[in-house]
Design a protein around this ligand. Structure first.
Ligand code: ADP
Length: 493
């Protein structure tokens, strides 16, 4: 937006607000900050207008923390039941940079057994996903090579390693040949299910789950060819029960390494399991994220790996229409939201609030207004968050009210509108450009066009938004939400 447009908007807003405004006097004592909760005295009362209660952390409330990358991975894993198609580029580092890099465009090119191909096609896979195109030729090549592969959740990593390990298993040998470590009980079960499904036409292949509550009879060796389990139980099978012979393991997989490193003892247990295996055992590690911490763990546990990284193309705001609407106070924001929500054809929408408290207050109001609304805030357990997000993904609720806990990494394809009920600011009370990008990036995913509407409730938040606009160099237009015709126009664009 040209700065003259902004000055005009500022001027107009000043006029519109002036009637009900009562500026707090300079030097008026501020309420002492209180973590995570708003003090009632710090809230604006009807008709009050003051910089001190402008959008964001003006010392009164602390915003909700964003979900960690590992938590986002796990949530996405639980959310996806189809391949995620994001724009990506592949980056490979290999031991021998002179050796040509193979990549395949069809499963047939991999020369897999007929039964395995039938299993893959039976799952509805027609062509390899991006990560599979690059990883599979290396994973099934002889001699076997070790691999570290990173790509976002839902891109086909599990299917890739399951295919590779099924290719390696000798179904005539009744002892464990493949060992897979998963960070949680649920993920181990989920991986076991994928193996069973892909090996549907190879009934001789059996799977043992090494998870809490499952143990072989005392003194009995495991006969299943594939063992999937959590690190502690697998370590117990290897060292205490001795029901698993590490010398016969030909393939070792460490799945969801980023989640693994966040669980106490798991790094240690995984390293202890890996040390028992023979040096010629093929080792693979998969992770949805690529932090220094994950990579140093990965390199510690996987010797001489080929490293494959699928990098998501940078998120942009190109296919997102951005608006701001001026509200005088909290109540007006609610009215504006209701007006837009009632008029705009919304697939699904997310509303971002700054604090848990404001999110839950808004949720109550929307519910009282008869809307089916989901509320997701940071105090919930990962399981509860997964349940709420799954319901939202399945369309049981069309509106999700949340905080920064959902700002990054969680993909729900149907989201077409994002509302910034509060403009994102960082701990230094500066506009948080990255969080803005991540929040707005919840819409317009997978090439679809999206709509972002920002609620401006004071001079400070207006200034924040102006800086956000300058930062990204993308116009944020004004939307008069009291003018239904104007709101309706959003449907036409
Ligand atoms: P990740 O391990 O990276 O999270 P998954 O292997 O679990 O990804 O795959 C995500 C989803 O995509 C699953 O539902 C899986 O069945 C499906 N999928 C995986 N590979 C393919 C493929 N080549 N074609 C179609 N669907 C696939």
């Amino acid at each position: 937006m040209a700065s003259s447009d902004w000055s005009k908007a500022v001027e107009d807003q000043e006029k519109r607000l002036s009637a009900g405004m009562k500026r707090v006097q300079l030097g008026a004592p501020r309420t002492a900050p209180k973590t995570g909760e708003a003090t009632p005295s710090a809230q604006p009362s009807a008709g009050d207008w003051c910089d001190e209660v402008d959008s964001g952390p003006e010392g009164e409330e602390e915003g909700d923390k964003p979900t960690t990358a590992a938590e986002a991975s796990l949530l996405n894993k639980l959310l996806h039941d189809g391949l995620v198609k994001a724009k990506v580029s592949v980056e490979v580092q290999q031991k021998d940079p002179n050796s040509p890099l193979y990549s395949v465009k069809s499963f047939e090119q991999l020369r897999l057994s007929r039964e395995l191909l039938d299993g893959i096609y039976g799952m509805g896979f027609n062509t390899p996903s991006k990560i599979q195109e690059t990883a599979l030729p290396a994973l099934i090549a002889d001699p076997p090579c070790n691999m570290i592969a990173q790509s976002q959740s839902g891109t086909g990593k599990t299917a890739a390693f399951v295919l590779a390990l099924l290719h390696r298993v000798d179904k005539t040998n009744m002892w464990p040949q493949v060992l897979i470590l998963s960070p949680t009980y649920e993920l181990a079960v989920q991986t076991g299910d994928v193996i069973s499904e892909m090996a549907r036409f190879i009934p001789e292949i059996k799977i043992m789950l090494a998870i809490k509550g499952k143990k072989p009879e005392r003194g009995q060796m495991i006969a299943e060819q594939i063992v999937v389990g959590t690190p502690g139980t697998v370590l117990d099978f290897l060292t205490r029960r001795r029901c698993l012979d590490p010398n016969r393991i030909r393939v070792f997989v460490l799945d969801e390494a980023d989640i693994m490193i966040n669980v106490q003892n798991f790094q240690d247990h995984s390293v202890r399991v890996q040390r028992q295996l023979k040096p010629d055992c093929q080792m693979m590690l998969f992770s949805a994220t690529y932090s220094d911490e994950v990579m140093s763990f990965a390199k510690r546990i996987i010797p001489d790996p080929i490293v494959i990284r699928l990098k998501k193309e940078d998120e942009t705001l190109d296919n997102i229409r951005q608006y701001y609407t001026i509200c005088q106070k909290e109540e007006e924001k609610f009215v504006a939201l209701s007006n837009i929500y009632g008029v705009v054809t919304i697939g699904q929408a997310i509303v971002f609030c700054y604090t848990r408290k404001s999110a839950s207050a808004l949720c109550e109001k929307m519910k009282n207004d008869g809307h089916a609304v989901a509320l997701l805030t940071g105090e919930l357990t990962l399981e509860d968050r997964a349940t709420i997000l799954t319901r939202f993904r399945d369309g049981k609720e069309k509106l999700l009210i949340t905080t920064n806990v959902c700002a990054r990494g969680i993909d729900v394809e149907q989201v077409t509108v994002v509302f910034n009920f509060d403009i994102p600011v960082d701990v230094y009370r500066q506009p948080d450009f990255e969080t803005y990008l991540h929040r707005i990036g919840r819409t317009g995913r997978f090439g679809k066009s999206g709509l972002a509407i920002n609620f401006v409730d004071g001079i400070r938040s207006r200034e924040y938004l102006k800086r956000i606009e300058d930062h990204f160099g993308k116009k944020i237009r004004e939307l008069r939400t009291d003018d239904i015709d104007e709101v309706e126009k959003l449907n036409e664009e």
